[in-house]
Design a protein. Structure first.
Length: 107
């Protein structure tokens, strides 16, 4: 649930969003060691994403996607990230289940 939208009724209430985030990283060390310290800290990654989505307000989900991508790229092991955000039940007159964006960012 995020506060994101350009319409007046969207500016003050949380709305449902769905996120798919693909991370590209060199985790070769973890494949051999089976050691958590040799891979991405997914809990920390999710904490950073949650800080963005719950602590900030956006007019456009394009901007929210960029902020999420930036948060993911804070981990120095991440080489690139694909952030896909879908706004569920967007406020349009057509019968539309979701609208969204797919953003790719590289280090």
């Amino acid at each position: 649930m995020c506060v994101c939208g350009a319409l007046p009724e969207e500016e003050s209430r949380r709305q449902p969003y769905e996120f798919d985030i693909d991370v590209v990283a060199d985790v070769e060390a973890a494949t051999g060691s089976d050691n958590l310290s040799d891979t991405i800290d997914y809990g920390g990654l999710l904490d950073r994403i949650e800080a963005v989505t719950s602590g900030e307000r956006f007019d456009l989900f394009e901007r929210m996607a960029q902020r999420v991508a930036s948060a993911v790229l804070e981990d120095p092991r991440v080489e690139s990230v694909v952030v896909e955000i879908r706004k569920l039940r967007p406020p349009v007159t057509q019968d539309l289940a979701s609208s969204g964006i797919r953003l790719v960012r590289h280090r």
